[in-house]
Design a protein around this ligand. Structure first.
Ligand SMILES: *[C@@H]1O[C@H](CO)[C@@H](O)[C@H](O)[C@H]1NC(C)=O
Length: 268
């Protein structure tokens, strides 16, 4: 263990304390067998932000409900400077959190998506998918894909109501996400490639530190075995909480990109 320790990045004390507190809360509020998360307690550590109709440094946002029965919604961000004046693509964003934590309205992800809408010429759609272990695979993938179908529907006028975007009928979009959101981005994009959208046109996938694994340890899992925040113990818990009962980490949606073929995509 001690020999691997020196590979860890050197972090400032404040960040280290924050990580330690967060790690303790994640462990304390998540049952070992991957069966439950104490949401009420967890939410204390995950402050939420409201959407903002008033421009915040140029960016406005609003929440749009897709399906009330499963509480599926997304937050739409657009830059008032560019809205209506130029063509901008859509970035559909999936937040991280091991499929089990965080939300589209988590303050940190609200900040990130606002920043994206501010700094890149794009309208951002941040998906609030259902979380594990209450909802296991493939709920998260289904929610992601259903949001694509929802914004593809010409009846959805959210983009024009936001003063967005192109005048043509087709809408270019990218699918992006970090960590578990990167895994979601990858699999939802594979599915999107097989689907005939009426106006959406997929242009690319942006997977930031995407969460993949397998029963066989990856190089980074070995290197960072006992690392703070994202330890192997915690990522194992995340997969266990996410996969349906009876599956191990050799499930096709877990395996790292180079180990899966295109044909091994998630199907519903
Ligand atoms: C978004 O709005 C801000 C503030 O008005 C502006 O400075 C920025 O250039 C805009 N971003 C883009 C990508 O157009």
């Amino acid at each position: 263990m001690s020999s691997t320790k020196k590979n860890w990045p050197k972090l400032p004390l404040g960040i280290r304390l924050l990580i330690a507190a967060h790690s303790m809360s994640v462990d304390a509020f998540s049952r070992n067998d991957g069966s439950a998360v104490n949401r009420r307690l967890m939410n204390l550590f995950d402050p939420k932000a409201s959407p903002s109709r008033k421009p915040d440094n140029g960016v406005v946002s609003s929440d749009i409900v897709v399906d009330t029965t499963r509480k599926l919604w997304f937050r739409l961000y657009s830059n008032t400077t560019t809205a209506g004046k130029m063509f901008v693509p859509i970035v559909v964003y999936f937040h991280g959190g091991g499929f089990a934590y965080m939300a589209a309205n988590s303050m940190s992800y609200d900040d990130l998506c606002k920043r994206l809408a501010r700094e890149i010429p794009a309208v951002v759609v941040s998906v609030n998918y259902r979380l594990s272990p209450e909802h296991r695979y493939p709920s998260q993938y289904e929610d992601g894909f259903d949001v694509l179908k929802f914004i593809d529907n010409p009846d959805f006028e959210g983009f024009s109501a936001f003063g967005n975007t192109d005048t043509s009928s087709s809408k270019a979009f990218f699918i992006a996400g970090d960590s578990a959101g990167g895994n979601l981005a990858h699999h939802v994009a594979l599915k999107a490639c097989q689907h005939q959208f009426s106006r959406l046109k997929l242009r690319g996938v942006i997977a930031l530190q995407p969460f993949f694994g397998g029963e066989e340890r990856t190089e980074s899992e070995l290197k960072l075995a006992g690392a703070p925040l994202i330890s192997v113990k915690r990522t194992d818990w995340m997969w266990k909480a996410f996969l349906p009962h009876g599956y191990n980490r050799d499930h096709q949606v877990v395996l790292i990109l180079y180990k899966i073929g295109r044909e091994n995509m998630w199907r519903d």
